[in-house]
Design a protein around this ligand. Structure first.
Ligand code: SF4
Length: 103
């Protein structure tokens, strides 16, 4: 009988220990990093086709590149939205650059 009680108490203690360990690890591990706000906003605008026509592997890579250096957006454009003035204006507002300058 005593052995049974000891086994039950050890099981409960082990369960508590593992529960606390899981909570600690979950709290201490880094969470998935949130994308910068400009990247999130631009991802709402780009066509999301991941076609690579802009020279990047996909839309997210393109957006990250133009957020990092907005001047890139003047020469490295997404051909799928280059004729959509409304989208270009939204991109200009987010990046703070003029993409419709006459050359
Ligand atoms: S060209 Fe446009 S749609 Fe294609 S990957 Fe680049 S940003 Fe995305």
């Amino acid at each position: 009988m005593t052995d049974t009680i000891i086994i039950i108490l050890a099981s409960v203690a082990l369960a508590l220990f593992l529960g606390i360990l899981i909570i600690l690890v979950n709290t201490l591990l880094p969470k998935e990093r949130k994308k910068p706000e400009k990247v999130e906003r631009l991802l709402e605008i780009v066509p999301k086709r991941d076609c690579g026509a802009c020279g990047y592997a996909g839309c997210e890579e393109y957006v990250k590149a133009i957020v990092e250096d907005p001047e890139r957006a003047k020469t490295e454009k997404c051909p799928l939205m280059s004729r959509d003035k409304k989208k270009i204006e939204e991109v200009e507002n987010i990046l703070g650059v003029n993409l419709q300058e006459k050359e």
